[in-house]
Design a protein. Structure first.
Length: 172
């Protein structure tokens, strides 16, 4: 049932990507990273791959990465936050991560799910380019469904446009 729900969400995101991007097949993330020719990054979890959420959650919090309005490029001021997660993961090869993409309340559900996925993919690509094996990083988008802060206005929205890090310890 969980796989069927995830597959349904992936189909919904793909459909929204086509409507938002005009069926583009190659989009730049900045810093040389890109979405694959099929329109997806390499972080979505195809059938048969490991589900990181079945492992114990690691009790280690990292500061979220914040994004500009309607944007999935990582601001250079945010790189240091991701670098801290990279160093943590380099110290323990059993640690795996789900990069979570979030959006503010503006926009449709479909658009925000798509934008959140792009944000998570940007984080994943940066981490992979920094030396973390891509099979240790998955992505998910919560769109606007899990705000960090309730309310409206730029001071609230800026805190909800973020990428977060959910770490798990995979059995050896």
């Amino acid at each position: 049932m969980k796989k069927l729900l995830r597959l349904s969400m992936m189909v919904l995101v793909v459909a929204s990507l086509f409507s938002v991007t005009g069926c583009s097949t190659k989009n730049s993330y900045g810093d040389g990273a890109s979405i694959g020719e099929d329109g997806w990054g390499t972080g979505d979890m195809p059938m048969g791959l490991d589900d990181f959420t079945k492992y114990p959650r690691v009790n280690q919090a990292f500061t979220p990465v914040y994004f500009a309005y309607d944007n999935y490029q990582i601001p250079s001021s945010e790189y240091g936050k991701i670098d801290m997660v990279v160093r943590f993961m380099q110290g323990d090869s059993s640690i795996v991560l789900i990069a979570e993409g979030h959006c503010d309340e503006r926009g449709t559900i479909e658009y925000n799910l798509s934008l959140g996925e792009y944000r998570a993919q940007s984080v994943r690509t940066y981490m992979a380019n920094s030396g973390i094996s891509s099979d240790r990083i998955q992505t998910t988008s919560y769109g606007k469904e899990r705000p960090a802060v309730q309310g409206s206005g730029e001071s609230v929205w800026s805190q909800n446009r973020r990428g977060e890090f959910a770490l798990y310890r995979r059995g050896k």
